[in-house]
Ligand binder design. Structure first.
Ligand code: NG6
Ligand code: CA
Length: 495
């Protein structure tokens, strides 16, 4: 029997929630669809519903108006691969040493690991992913001209339409259900992160071919006039056009929803904006006054808006839980000369927080997290509960009354849906590399650690209630607190 009817779940909090507060779930009531829209490098202060004044994001703001803004919502890490790993597995990413992956890395999520989409499949859902992947593909020696396995399809997704890594990394092609899209068999693809292929131009040697120049790195193979990370050859007919990417993924996301509207579905819609290279479609170029970074935020906002309109059109809005979030904090110059710093003006991408993408501060890993479920979540509300993307899988498992074990994520469904102001007691967060930090109550502590070069970085302790901008290191004033939090972090690590 398919788990699409709620009644057999009995008089559970779930039934009560889904049916409204009376708990009289009707037999025909369907499981809610679940959509996670994840932006790439979008900061807490980058959208108007979280306080941005220099840019307007009406599409995302609609979600906030109709749903709940988590004001203390986190990704686990200040970079993409680790955060996405945590969201999809319910496990802290440093347990497996997750770090920013190259485009030819093997699949980081092992086929026997618990995953969010596997849990949802168990509960009767169709599961799809569209957009940025960045969790590795294959077994370490991918032939891009053959079916690639494992792909997302082996770790819980029935459908996938993705880019392998990031928009600044080769291969610069789309991969659908493990196969490169539009590949001409007479022009095979080769990829290397070690050496170039003879005769192929690079950003380093052929700057005359570039439309945008790197500020750091990003000087290897060229696609669409843009130099990338990694070397690649062939696959001309399959190469993406950055300026069209918004539409490719948006159309795929809509298609997925349309094709699966008869059953409960889960869609992980992973936007590529505002990650570098920032190449807005002509519709958005020059529209933000903040340069390409602002323009691609407008483009992302348009995608959200169009996607929500499409849910309306299909009459799916009422029964679809939509979460909008981001994989790490913001960054201005991230390796291309795209005027992000010069044109930033008074904009505050990280809102009131200290730090950026990669940093072990609030700005690195406190991100927007908006949850909409019409009729079930009070519209236009906020929550200060401490909550993290690592909690999505176990929280939804609880909502669906599906028993599912994950390592670190907690059932925080009441906090996620705004039914309870209590969230997690503590949360381990991560900057770039190994600097783990702990957030508990009003406190954030980055324990003393030794860098790879052997330098000792002293402990940092902040009282977030009094010092949200983390300007005053209280470590020497409260050594007991530092010790206590350092031990707590150690014990969570050892768990
Ligand atoms: C860094 C890249 C940066 C970005 C980041 C990954 C350089 C100099 N910097 O190595 O541009 O691609 O990796 O970003 O190459 S993330 O959001 O996917 O984690
Ligand atoms: Ca990112």
């Amino acid at each position: 029997m398919k788990n699409t009817d709620l009644l057999r779940l009995g008089a559970l909090p779930l039934a009560a929630l889904i049916a409204g507060c009376g708990g009289n779930a009707k037999k025909t009531e369907k499981l809610p669809n679940i959509v996670v829209i994840m932006a790439d490098d979008l900061g807490y202060g980058d959208i108007s519903c979280y306080g941005a004044t220099e840019i307007q994001t009406p599409g995302i703001d609609r979600l906030a108006r109709e749903g709940l803004r988590q004001m203390n919502g986190h990704c686990t890490s200040a970079t993409s691969t680790p955060s996405r790993f945590a969201m999809l597995t319910g496990m802290y990413p440093w347990r497996v040493g997750a770090a920013i992956l190259p485009g030819d890395a093997p699949m980081l999520i092992k086929e026997d690991m618990p995953t969010f989409p596997k849990m949802l499949k168990q509960a009767g859902y169709a599961t799809g992913v569209v957009g940025k992947w960045h969790l590795g593909l294959g077994n370490g020696n991918v032939n891009w001209n053959e079916p690639i396995t494992p792909s997302p399809n082996q770790i819980g997704f029935d459908y996938s339409y993705i880019m392998a890594a990031t928009n600044d990394r080769v291969p610069t092609v789309y991969v659908k259900n493990g196969r490169v899209v539009n590949l001409d068999p007479n022009d095979p693809i080769e990829v290397s992160y070690k050496h170039n292929f003879p005769g192929e131009p690079t950003g380093k040697d052929n700057p005359e071919l570039l439309r945008m120049h790197p500020s750091l790195g990003h000087n290897m193979s060229i696609t669409n006039g843009i130099p990338r990370i990694g070397y690649m050859k062939g696959g001309k007919s399959a190469l993406w056009v950055d300026e069209e990417m918004y539409k490719v993924f948006l159309d795929e996301a809509k298609e997925y929803v349309k094709a699966h509207q008869q059953q409960p579905f889960f869609l992980y819609y992973a936007l590529h904006q505002p990650h570098v290279p920032r190449l807005p479609n002509a519709m958005f170029a020059g529209k933000s006054k903040l340069g390409p970074r602002g323009d691609v935020i407008l483009e992302a906002d348009y995608c959200v808006s169009e996607f929500l309109n499409y849910l309306d059109e299909l009459n799916l809005t009422e029964n679809t839980i939509v979460i909008f979030t981001s994989d790490n904090g913001p960054v201005l110059d991230d390796g291309y000369q795209d005027m992000a710093e010069e044109m930033n003006g008074n904009h505050k991408p990280a809102g009131p927080f200290r730090g950026w993408k990669c940093d072990p501060y609030e700005g690195g890993a406190r991100i927007p997290m908006i949850v909409r479920w019409p009729g079930k979540i009070e519209a236009g509300t906020t929550s200060d509960a401490l909550i993290c993307q690592v909690d999505f899988c176990p929280s939804f498992a609880a909502l669906l009354n599906t028993s599912y074990e994950v390592k670190d994520g907690e059932n925080q469904i009441d906090a996620l849906l705004g039914k309870s102001p209590e969230g997690r007691k503590n949360l381990v967060l991560e900057g770039y590399g190994i600097d783990l930090w702990l957030k508990e109550g009003d406190w954030a502590c980055i324990p003393e650690y030794t860098t790879r070069r052997g330098e000792i970085v002293e402990a940092r302790l902040y009282n977030l209630k009094e010092d949200i901008a983390q300007q005053h290191n209280l470590a020497s004033e409260y050594p007991e607190k530092v010790r206590e939090m350092t031990e707590k972090l150690q014990s969570i690590k050892a768990r």
